[in-house]
Design a protein around this ligand. Structure first.
Ligand SMILES: OC[C@@H]1[C@@H](O)[C@H](O)[C@@H](O)c2nc(CNc3ccccc3)cn21
Length: 603
């Protein structure tokens, strides 16, 4: 008769125990494996029954794949998994970290640093809801979000993935977990994974546990050197809030704490996260995260597997060497280096998440959701998020005068700069490609397009990415908007000690502002150096962070339809040699302090 684990009316823990009891050691080891979509095969899913699949940043069924292409791909994989001996469905995971950013045409929301400037937990929850729907539309069950790093040094290439340098802001914005997963009932058991609706919600992943944003000099995958108190007070701080919301998974950090790699830290993964904080979901490694436990990377894989699994790692994001992983893990258990009780704990956690996720009852995608990807309602939400993320840093050269709002019916305006007409630049990393890209990489509205859309018919908009002196001088412009900033980057590619405005942005600003009243919009993942002699020349300055696809959110404020509400979530340093500089430091002397943000209108 029907095995208990297939009975949806049975208690989850009974289903877990029943299924676990039926599994061979190899099947248990396979459940602990997460493989990349390009190594999926009938052997991997139907024969060996791998537990999970992911796509790396930028890895898609094809160029500009449609939501239906994505859903078909995931459903095909699921069909293979369901043909395995015990028919345990896979969980498919993806980095939907600012919308469903791998998918062409999906709504691209502001990156976390901009949401930190909004300080709006309810907005962030709604973004989670919208993102969950767009992810579900493509048949995907699990988002590797939110990143709850507390970035303490903006030289870090992942600074923009952090909501703030202030752990309290990060904590409040963990509300995205409730958006992604749904709201747990009041009596939901503490620490237990939760998913409200298999149709509308996706599993979340709090990452990267712990101290990813606290490494020395912001070096990516580096070493966080701090006391246990500081680790808890700053970096661990957001995790209890994620756990209280029923977060289903936690991803381990590539970084080390006082020299100990997180991927091999029994103290932090087991004693703290699972013990003290009571986390009952599962811990997943980062990409080849266990390989980094030996030198050369992955050379002694058996050692890497033993160290991480014994530390409390439950699922390994391998992502390619699946059969090597299987072989090593089975060997380690058979030789007693890893106990069967540790394996059972890991597999119980994985099965628990699969049962509460509803994937056993609803293993396939819901085609009725397909039109939700990039829908108008979500784009309006993203536009609202952009508005609320902007920080007004200067408005007028003298105390009395104000420069913004800009006139919509000006005779002639100059729009200039590398970031004025570039969707890729305004989306930043983790968009379509892993480290992002330049140009029309997805659907959206550039700053220039938003300006053209916002001004009156009589207004002439002159766009020059890099205007000549002649154009600047002869143009008779009412005012100029200069959009400059950083090109997209991800992870270590974004580690930088020179935080001046790239492409000689400061020179362009000076050339234009010397002749024309000028607003500067900075599009970046972090504060950039603005020299005093440059700052004094410009009439207004707006930090736009990495706003994503909805450029209209910027002009909504520039032209006065909405006031600015954003406040700096990070300290705006004067120069890189001040770093690290965080609110609360002694001799705190930023150009603009944490929490700073002007309004246009007297409220
Ligand atoms: O995309 C999966 C994960 C992502 O969720 C993590 O936040 C991030 O740390 C992450 N990085 C990679 C790939 N990293 C990598 C770095 C250098 C060379 C090749 C891959 C994958 N992932």
């Amino acid at each position: 008769e029907r095995p208990l684990y297939k009975d949806a009316s049975a208690p989850v823990e009974a289903r877990v125990r029943d299924l676990l009891g039926r599994m061979t050691l190899r099947e248990k080891a396979a459940q602990m494996a997460q493989i990349e979509r390009t190594v999926v095969s009938p052997r991997a899913l139907a024969e060996l029954a791998a537990g999970s699949v992911l796509n790396a940043g930028g890895s898609a069924p094809r160029d500009r794949a449609s939501p239906a292409d994505w859903a078909r791909m995931v459903d095909d994989m699921q069909r293979l998994a369901l043909s395995s001996r015990l028919a345990v469905p896979i969980l498919y995971g993806t980095d939907a970290v600012h919308g469903h950013n791998n998918v062409f045409g999906a709504t691209v929301f502001p990156h976390n640093v901009g949401l930190g400037a909004s300080r709006d937990a309810e907005l962030v929850r709604k973004i989670g809801e919208a993102t969950a729907l767009e992810v579900r539309a493509t048949g995907i069950h699990w988002a590797f979000a939110p990143c709850v790093a507390v970035c303490r040094d903006p030289r870090w290439g992942r600074c923009y993935e952090s909501y703030s340098e202030d752990p309290e802001i990060v904590r409040s914005l963990t509300m995205i977990v409730t958006g992604l997963q749904g709201q747990p009932p009041a009596d939901h058991p503490h620490g237990y994974p939760f998913l409200a609706s298999v149709r509308d919600n996706v599993l979340a992943c709090a990452k990267h546990f712990v101290g990813d944003g606290g490494t020395y000099k912001g070096i990516n995958e580096g070493n966080a050197i701090c006391s246990p108190d500081d680790l808890e007070r700053i970096h661990t701080k957001p995790y209890p809030d994620c756990i209280a919301q029923g977060v289903a998974t936690v991803m381990a950090s590539y970084s080390q704490w006082n020299g100990e790699p997180l991927h091999a830290s029994r103290h932090l993964l087991t004693d703290v996260l699972k013990g003290k904080l009571g986390f009952e979901g599962f811990v997943v490694s980062d990409w080849e995260g266990i390989d980094r436990l030996c030198e050369p990377r992955g050379s002694d894989y058996r050692y890497c597997v033993a160290q991480s699994v014994n530390a409390g790692m439950d699922m390994i994001m391998i992502p390619h060497r699946f059969e090597k992983f299987l072989e090593d893990l089975v060997f380690l258990v058979e030789t007693g280096e890893i106990s069967m009780s540790r394996i059972d704990d890991a597999v119980e956690r994985i099965l628990r998440v699969k049962f509460i996720s509803g994937v056993f009852e609803h293993p396939f995608s819901d085609p009725s959701l397909l039109d939700v990807v990039g829908c108008k309602e979500h784009r309006l939400l993203a536009r609202e998020a952009v508005r609320k993320s902007l920080v007004l840093l200067k408005n007028g050269k003298k105390q009395s005068e104000t420069f913004l709002p800009l006139a919509k019916n000006a005779k002639r305006i100059l729009v200039a700069g590398t970031h004025a007409d570039n969707i890729g630049y305004q989306c930043g990393g983790w968009t379509i490609a892993w480290h992002g890209d330049s140009g029309k990489i997805t659907l959206g509205t550039s700053i220039l397009e938003a300006i053209q859309e916002s001004v009156g018919v009589e207004t002439e908009v002159v766009y020059e990415e890099c205007p000549t002196e002649a154009i600047i001088e002869s143009g008779e412009f009412s005012y100029a908007i200069v959009a400059v900033g950083e090109v997209p980057y991800a992870e270590g590619l974004g580690d930088r000690t020179d935080l001046s405005i790239p492409f000689n942005g400061s020179d362009l600003i000076t050339r234009v502002a010397s002749k024309v009243p000028t607003l500067v919009v900075v599009v970046s993942g972090r504060p950039l150096v603005i020299e005093p002699q440059v700052l004094e020349k410009i009439d207004a300055l707006v930090a736009a962070w990495l706003p994503g696809s909805e450029g209209m959110g910027i002009t909504d404020c520039l032209f006065g339809d909405h006031d600015f509400v954003g406040k700096l979530p990070v300290s705006w340093f004067r120069s890189s040699d001040q770093l690290p500089i965080n609110v609360g430091d002694a001799n705190y002397d930023p150009l603009f302090p944490f929490g700073y943000g002007l309004k246009m209108f007297r409220s």
